[in-house]
Structures are given as C-alpha cells and as structure tokens.
Design a protein around this ligand. Structure first.
Ligand SMILES: Nc1ncnc2c1ncn2[C@@H]1O[C@H](COP(=O)(O)OP(=O)(O)O)[C@@H](O)[C@H]1O
Ligand SMILES: [Mg+2]
Length: 271
C-alpha cells in the first residue's frame, strides 16, 4: 500500500486547508460579461506555502478574493477548512474567521500608533486593552519591528509598514494567511529582505499561506508549490514543486537548479 493510502487510514493524511472545485468567476460589466477565472481545481494543504503566479490581469486577485470569501464564485465551490464557503448566496462567516489578509498597500490608519493598528482586529473582537497590547508587542517582535509600537505609520519605512500589516493579519491567529502582492511596492533589496522575513515568520507560525505575485524569482524563492496561471481567463497552466530546503537564503537566487525553475516558468509564461 502506498504511503499516502496508509496515512489516510491512520488519520495523518495532510488536510486540505483550501480547495477550489471547478470554482469559476465571471464579472458582469457594462461592456458585457468578463470571464476572470475559468473553472479551476486545486487544493492547498494545511501548513503549505502556495504561490499563485501569473501575468497581470489573469485573475490572481480574483482567485484570492474568492478564497477570502470577498467574491462569490459564479460556478463551482470554494472550501475552507473542509467547509463550503457559500450556501446559496449566504457566506459561512465562521470559515472566514480563520483567514488573515495582507494587500500591496498596508492600509494602516495614519492616526493610530503601530500597536493600535496591529491590535485593531482584536479590539473589534472585544479583547481587553492590556491583553491586546501584550499581543501587539509580541507581534511586533515576531515581525521585526519591536521598539516601534508607539510610532505612527508615517514614521516607518515601506518595508516596516508592510511588517505591521502582516502583524495585524496575524493578530487573531488565523490558520490561513492570504497575501496579494504584499511586497510589490517595495524596492528590490527591501523585497529580498522581506522574503527572508516572511519565510522566518511562516516557519515560526506554521500558517497556511497563499501568496500572489507576478515576480517569478519571488514565487520560486518562497513557495512549496508554484501555481502557474495563464492569461485571462485565468486557468492553471502548471503546478511546480519547489524542492529547496528551508530556511532558504538570498544566495539561493544564484543556484543553478533555482535558475532552471525560474527559466522554465518564464518560458511557460511567454508562450
Ligand atoms: N469587480 C470587477 N468587475 C469587473 N471586472 C473585474 C473585476 N475584478 C476584476 N475584473 C477583471 O477580471 C480580470 C482579472 O483581474 P484580477 O483578478 O485583478 O487579475 P490579477 O490580480 O491577476 O492582475 C481582469 O480582466 C479584471 O479587469
Ligand atoms: Mg491583482
């Protein structure tokens, strides 16, 4: 019997954190319908780092927003933690409580200190002030901005603001972290540093991560698996396993095997 079949029997089979089953999305616009995502099937395992890679406009954000429950599929199903996100047009908000989201723009409130920005989701969930601030301090340490708790967002660099946004998304300890081009606005050097930091945070917190990028090296550096999408309507072109041991270091970019995967993905994207 195969290892997978054995582990299914004893209950240690990897659990799907997220599954798309023929999930599709069509937008109705004044110029007529736009098929953003063709019927798509794939699953993300618990604790996995999955990266959605594809050209601009291919439906990456749409796919992530469908996973986050922000867009309802117009066909098929989206499952989170084994639960169907939608029944009719009603969303299962309990499934959503298990997800945190980070966007390209950190979206911090400029009039709130960093610790109050980070702790805001906890405040909305009714957590007391002292506990909230302890948690915010702990998160500042985790993401590498300890000492900046009582600063305003404008006093931090772009990379530090994005760390704060990651801390805020982790504040209520969601099992799943969804990230839409989180480092797209950063310079190349800061971006490399943030990739290393994100890997460290992921190794420490054991979250399931789905990250969207259109940077091929970023995808290969971060991912356990790269899900390559074709141009619109988005469909999965290929899923590539990335075998490198962790923690990965910046000099992995010079590795011949790394470059082979990057070249392969680039040629698939061009054709
Ligand atoms: N709310 C919307 N209404 C109409 N069209 C949309 C909407 N959101 C996205 N689209 C279209 O769907 C396609 C995929 O968009 P998106 O998911 O943002 O792509 P990506 O994130 O890969 O750049 C694009 O053609 C975009 O214009
Ligand atoms: Mg996008």
């Amino acid at each position: 019997m195969s290892q997978a079949a054995l582990s299914a029997l004893d209950g240690t089979a990897p659990v799907n954190a997220i599954a798309l089953r023929d999930a599709a999305k069509q937008f109705n616009t004044v110029e007529g319908p736009i098929q953003a995502l063709a019927p798509t099937n794939f699953a993300v395992r618990e604790g996995e780092f999955a990266v959605l890679l594809g050209p601009s406009g291919c439906g990456k954000t749409t796919m992530l927003r469908m996973i986050a429950g922000l867009e309802e599929p117009t066909g098929g199903l989206v499952e989170v933690g084994g639960r169907n996100l939608w029944s009719g047009h009603t969303r299962d908000n309990q499934a959503l409580a298990n997800m945190g989201m980070v966007f390209q723009d950190p979206n911090l409130f400029p009039w709130l200190w960093i610790e109050d920005n980070i702790a805001l989701p906890l405040k909305l969930r009714g957590m007391g002030k002292q506990e909230r601030h302890e948690r915010a301090r702990e998160l500042c340490r985790l993401v590498g901005i300890a000492g900046f708790e009582k600063r305003y967002p404008r006093e931090l660099s772009g990379g530090m603001r994005q760390r704060a946004a990651i801390a805020r998304a982790l504040s209520y300890d969601p099992a799943i972290l969804l990230m839409d081009e989180p480092f797209g606005a950063l310079d190349a050097i800061t971006r490399d540093a943030m990739n290393i930091e994100l890997q460290r945070i992921w190794l420490e917190t054991h979250k399931t991560v789905v990250l969207v990028t259109h940077s091929i090296p970023e995808a290969v550096f971060l991912a356990d698996r790269v899900i390559l999408l074709s141009a619109r309507p988005g469909r999965i072109q290929e899923i590539v396993d990335v075998p490198f041991a962790r923690p990965r270091q910046v000099d992995l970019h010079g590795d011949i095997e790394f470059q082979t995967i990057v070249h392969h993905l680039r040629s698939r994207l061009q054709h």
